[in-house]
Design a protein around this ligand. Structure first.
Ligand code: HEM
Length: 261
């Protein structure tokens, strides 16, 4: 009998079987003899697992928003924000591998870079980054992952703004009337939180990169900071959620400079 045939009422159904730990743990494979590579691989594995969970939940969230189940959608979006917070905490663990240790084995990782994470790009696309990040982002994503954008015609951004339209609500109205329009207010705050956490993850990845290889070093993916990672810091999923806050401030008598066109 194969492992897949095993039914849940058998004695063998246990922790190891349920979690398929034999499969999961056997994926650790160092390509260098350096002991610090173990941590490097573990952190990548863990983040990829979290990306998988985020993708799984994003699909549910988009369907829930389309069904106008704002409460459940918001609850699950809160989970994504928490996962992103946790994801960011991995940088300080990775930083216990010193730059000197990393330098001793990174030369053997030629070509392998987090930039090639398909799941990371899928998360961005499912939230809707290609709708806001500009033509270069779309071109690059289509070149590296043909069909990825087309496979996700429905984004979290799209579902979010359609929910607002369905309820005949603008962001400004909802924030002003937040205790009576609490569902939409919570939805918007949670979307903001996902955006903010994602930006924080990017910024702190960059700080970690500066610490591990230096700001002028070429990445194993072949890019210089100035030419690639620096261009990603302005990426925002919901620029509208950042922008309308200026109006709130201006309406309350605050001084706000004109928007750049
Ligand atoms: C010592 C550790 C690390 C260093 C020095 C590093 C360095 C870099 C560099 C230089 C890039 C730009 C592309 C390139 O030329 O390679 C990059 C991109 C990226 N890295 Fe890392 N990285 C590290 C760890 C990680 C880990 C653990 C993850 C987890 C999945 C990760 C995820 C990513 C992602 C997703 C990108 C693409 C970002 C984007 O396109 O916006 N990195 N990394």
């Amino acid at each position: 009998m194969t492992e897949d045939d095993q039914s849940t009422d058998e004695a063998q159904f246990d922790y190891i079987y349920h979690l398929r730990l034999d499969h999961l743990l056997s994926t650790m494979r160092q390509v260098t003899p350096h002991p610090e590579e173990h941590l490097f691989v573990t952190v990548h594995h863990v983040l990829e697992l979290w990306f998988k969970q985020i993708i799984f939940d994003l699909e549910r969230i988009i369907a829930l928003l389309d069904a106008d189940d704002l409460a459940q959608a918001t609850w699950l979006m809160g989970r994504i924000a928490e996962i992103l917070k946790l994801a960011e905490a991995h940088w300080t663990v990775l930083e216990t591998m010193s730059a000197a240790d990393f330098a001793e084995f990174r030369g053997q990782l030629t070509g392998a870079s987090g930039m090639q994470s398909r799941q990371f790009r899928q998360v961005e696309v499912m939230i809707g980054l290609h709708e806001t990040a500009g033509d270069d982002y779309v071109r690059r994503t289509e070149r590296l992952w043909p069909g990825l954008i087309g496979a996700h015609p429905r984004t979290l951004r799209g579902a979010f703004f359609e929910a607002f339209a369905r309820h005949d609500a603008t962001l400004l109205d909802v924030y002003r009337d937040r205790w009576r329009r609490h569902d939409l207010f919570r939805l918007a705050e949670t979307a903001f939180e996902i955006d903010r956490r994602f930006q924080s993850w990017r910024q702190n990845h960059i700080l970690m990169v500066r610490r591990q290889i230096g700001i002028r070093a070429k990445g194993t993916g072949g890019t210089y900071f100035r030419d690639y990672l620096a261009t990603t810091t302005g990426y925002v999923f919901f620029p509208e959620l950042f922008e309308f806050r200026n109006e709130l401030t201006a309406d309350a008598g605050g001084e706000v400079m004109a928007a750049d066109d």
